[in-house]
Design a protein around this ligand. Sequence first.
Ligand SMILES: Cc1ncc(COP(=O)(O)O)c(C=O)c1O
Length: 378
Amino acid sequence: MKLGRAVRPLWGLDPDASYLNHGAFGATPLDVLEAQSQLRALMERQPLRFFVDHAPVATREAAAELARFVGARPQDLAFVCNASEAINAVLRSQDFRPGDKIVAVTHVYPAVWQTLRFLADRYGVEIELVEVPCPPDADWLARLDEAVTRARIAVLDHITSATGLVLPIAEMIGICKARGVQVLVDGAHAPGQVALDLPALGATWYTGNAHKWLCAPKGCALLWASEEGQQGLHPGVISHAYGQGLAEEFDYTGTRDITPWLSIPAVMAFRERLGGDALMDRNHRIALEARMILMDRLQTIGAGEAEHVGSLVSVRVPRSAGSSVEDGVRLSAAIWHEDRIEVPIFCHADHLWARVSIQAYVELDEVAAYAEVLAKRV
Ligand SMILES: Cc1ncc(COP(=O)(O)O)c(C=O)c1O
């Protein structure tokens, strides 16, 4: 199937703009939204039977399909609404003591950083951030090894947010495990962007959003837990199934709209229609070309080397554009309003970084147009 502009009408995106920010909140195809509407209609036709009879079975069927996609056993995978919910469930299930150490990297997602701050305030947990420069240097894994020597848990990004780096997560987990440290992987951007075999990675817990690169409706994410990780793990909301195990407890946390979870079969069918794994490969190929175009036109560096690229590309914005969060927000808003191109510009490590997302509906010439627009403004 021909991708790019040809498939853009399959989404409800503004046809008069370039949306190069799929990484932010994803974008859900119309067919998937239609499948979700049908599920909502079913829910409202007979709410009691939907929640009591249909939902438990359908949730497990959807979980089994998502589990297959990430190489996991269905009983080790639970749905949550988003990665933030999973990260909070894992970390707030721990009986931290003052002085317990949590290690993360300097690219940690700002909301996850706030969760770590909460643990520091509440329990006296110490937080150490391992510096991963842009592009990553040869020594940062040694620094991770040093930092986790006396740590209790490492919270590690698989794909960093602002800088879009695909980190060598298997190696990172191996380093932590060799030190007896439990690992929570923040893979918010991973499902649909890179191939996943969660049990093989060997983390204690792994969370990933389906509403980003798998294009699921918003409010669909996974939490995978190893057998060890399932001990003492509870959702943020304790409900009827307290103590009955991962699937039972997370499947029902009070009345809520679970149609994003039940849309997984439609999500997977849509992905297959667009090529399945070949879609991932295509996005990756375009992202590599996009990186070269942006670096050439702006005479700048990428946040990572080619080996760190999935479907996200971050490049350093020349200093003349400023270096504060406000500078980045102002510049990206101006480009949206005046040029109709949506690309976030983040502040990281005292520099601005423009992050371009390549999803099926994106064409390379849109990246070139963005490079041109940005170059004229800096
Ligand atoms: C690395 C990372 N972690 C966590 C999140 C939080 O995801 P959500 O808002 O779906 O909870 C994001 C969102 O962009 C992210 O990029």
